[in-house]
Design a protein around this ligand. Structure first.
Ligand SMILES: [Zn+2]
Length: 285
């Protein structure tokens, strides 16, 4: 596979889920081997999309260095990973990526509309060679080498919503190509009885039924219902795909997780990069 960027610049405007702040977002084509870079136009600073620049992972993945942060980067990164966009400059005039409809659908639609540009240079990938695992008190994530009959990135997640929603599992085999239809429409979600807590933590100031599923008594209160029967689990895959892209390259291997979130996937990447024997950088096919 070759490296890709966008064929043209794309503009979005929206609000941040947690800050509630208005933000203009611009996605610009970027040169080969440059990766994904966030630019804070208002501060004249930039941050690479890399796990080393993660500032916090509480309810969203936030990057930051030197008094400059870009928050809630995971859904946009998920769209880039899912569409194999290797290089892109992301310009914002405020501190949070707009939440749009709570999924990565609008990013994917607009990128596909302007087109993806092949840059005629090989894309490298991270092939998982040894099992790496991160455990915390409520869940875990692990990366494993693919078995002989597995290709690309495979994701198997389990969750337990503790009586708030039916327990669910999801198994995505070789995500390649399936991302726009299988994953990108899945919206972020929250539980009705946790909304007050999140607000008290100064979070979800921009949250509404236009950009999140809210579950009450095991059902969504959104009038339109769910976009997929297992939309919550598909969103967990969307988040995993976005957070894994902070590795800087596509990953070839298998991700297993229980109750995964930004904290687990970020710490799993830290484990992965602790030992060079855990992975190999290869030219992807
Ligand atoms: Zn999410």
């Amino acid at each position: 596979m070759d490296q890709n960027t966008l064929s043209d610049t794309i503009h979005f405007d929206g609000i941040g889920l947690h800050t509630g702040l208005k933000v203009n977002l611009e996605l610009r084509p970027a040169k080969e081997n440059s990766g994904i870079t966030f630019y804070r136009k208002d501060l004249n600073k930039k941050i690479k999309a890399n796990w080393k620049n993660v500032m916090s992972t509480k309810f969203s993945t936030n990057l930051g260095t030197n008094n400059c942060s870009v928050k809630t980067v995971e859904h946009l990164l998920s769209a880039f990973a899912g569409l194999h966009i290797s290089n892109c400059d992301v310009i914002v005039d405020n501190e949070e990526i707009p939440i749009m409809d709570g999924s990565s659908k609008l990013f994917v639609d607009e990128i596909l509309k302007v087109g993806i540009k092949n840059q005629n240079i090989k894309q490298k990938a991270i092939e998982i060679k040894k099992k790496v695992r991160f455990d915390c008190d409520y869940g875990f994530g692990e990366l494993l080498p693919n078995t002989q009959n597995e290709e690309g990135l495979n994701i198997f997640l389990q969750s337990s919503f503790d009586g708030k929603y039916e327990d669910q599992t999801i198994n995505i085999e070789n995500l390649n190509g399936g991302y726009p239809s299988k994953i990108s429409h899945a919206r972020t979600f929250g539980f009705f009885n946790e909304i007050e807590y999140l607000k008290s933590q100064n979070l979800i100031k921009g949250g509404s039924l236009d950009n999140a599923i809210v579950i009450k008594d095991l059902k969504p209160i959104n009038p339109e219902g769910l976009r997929y029967k297992n939309e919550l689990m598909r969103h967990k895959v969307l988040d995993v795909v976005g957070d894994l892209y902070l590795s800087g390259l596509p990953i070839i291997g298998k991700y297993n997780g229980f109750k995964t979130g930004h904290y687990i996937t970020y710490n799993l990447l830290k484990e992965l990069f602790k030992n060079e024997n855990n992975y190999k950088i290869i030219n992807s096919n």
